[in-house]
Ligand binder design. Sequence first.
Ligand code: GTP
Ligand code: MG
Length: 262
Amino acid sequence: MTDTALKPLVCVPTYNERENIEKLINRILEEIPFADIMIIDDGSPDGTGGIVDKIASNEPRLHCIHREGKQGLGTAYIAAFKWALERDYTHCFEMDADFSHDPKDLPRLLEATKDFDIAIGSRFYAGRLSIVNWPLSRLILSMAASLYVRVIIGIPLWDCTTGFKCFRRKVLEHLPLDIVRSEGYSFQIDLNFRATRMGFRVGEIPIIFADRTEGGSKMSKKIVFEAIWRVWQLRWNGFMEDLGYFFKGKRRPMPGKEPDHL
Ligand SMILES: Nc1nc2c(ncn2[C@@H]2O[C@H](COP(=O)(O)OP(=O)(O)OP(=O)(O)O)[C@@H](O)[C@H]2O)c(=O)[nH]1
Ligand SMILES: [Mg+2]
């Protein structure tokens, strides 16, 4: 897809990714040269932010938000989305810096937003695994998380926690970014839940996901526990919202049924 009317922003949160960042920036710009990149660095002690600034001084497509201290993925993405909404970007990607997400898939996800409002890179679409090198424990955790989310809040997605996504601008304009508080896995679940309830079409595009080879994981027990209880909070919020619709005699938008209602 090389439509000149498209102006995507690839948002990449970083914390200690010095081994990956330069290579990743180059690969993204190779695959999707008409996109800009926004790195959101939380004061990485390994100097990732400084490396980005150095590259950005000669690369106008590269931008960086520097934040003080590790503040989590959720607020990092929200800062980047708000920055994009103040400008004329047509799409925003979410992407990890550790090469788990292949830059080659960026054009495929963008293409998929012709049919969907959010295209998500799915690691186990229709039950088919496409994961390279991941420890069995991580695989089970991720699949179990998606099943748990499907059962409790009923999002019709195979992979609810993936962090490789492309949003059409319209979605970000309507999501209540100021009230989303989720940080890790639950940030992905939260946005998927809110977007599907608003009637946006969320589509899964199979991708091959590889474990990181450089740098260390930031996955923690805190992130897992946050996801477990946040799902119940989302379900409760959804229930209260439905009660509101019921008493007002209104119908809430059906996922994918009224894509142009907003
Ligand atoms: N800005 C910012 N980036 C973060 C933070 N935590 C993680 N990241 C980045 O978010 C992306 C995903 O983090 P990972 O450590 O790969 O976490 P993960 O993918 O859940 O775990 P692994 O499978 O072990 O890699 C990477 O680009 C990280 O550098 C944070 O608190 N702030
Ligand atoms: Mg990772």
